[in-house]
Design a protein around this ligand. Sequence first.
Ligand code: SF4
Length: 213
Amino acid sequence: MIDKEEAAMGLIARALDTFGHDKVAVACSFGKDSMVVLHLALRVDPKIKVFTVMTPFKFKETFEFKDRIVKEWKLNIKEYMSSATPDPELPKKDPDLCCKIFKVEPTKEAVKDLDCWITGVRNDEGRTRRNFGEWEVRGGIVKVNPIVTWTEADVWRYTAIHKLPVHPLYAKGYRSLGCEPCTEPGGTFERDGRWRGTKKWGGECGIHTAVLK
Ligand code: SF4
């Protein structure tokens, strides 16, 4: 575990050295993986920039947990959310369009002045994440994934060792947290509860696959 922590923090330090502290930010959804990456990043630089992309469809528990962590951890954070009027039918009717409006476009806004963003994606979360690497150049921005080779058990081990606060929905059987209409508990693989019953089942909202700038 110590080796993995040091490697992850080394990658974050390298990103900050390469691009400068003003041009790097950690993305945080306040799920378990984001919390681990955020904690690792704060150990490297307690003032590191953070951003979060919220949607009107997120669980109320996510809004509450975010507000708690922002305050308790005194985060240097910017929050983004689309100003589009949410159609409650859209997540089921056209989840790709919904994710584009409420996730991808605000993420483009969040990264537009950055050279590098740091994320908590991991290869073993599901079929769509197996090929992500630690350092990816995508369009005009570099994406750094410090825990990409960590397992789900590694994430919970780090969470326990460092006594990190945990989003309350994990205690109700959820393994991967997104928006409420598109997230269910359980599943063989971590992302099996995402977009169940649609063509996006277990897939991606697009922020990790689209060209953002
Ligand atoms: S995860 Fe669901 S509710 Fe959230 S933006 Fe995508 S389709 Fe819409």
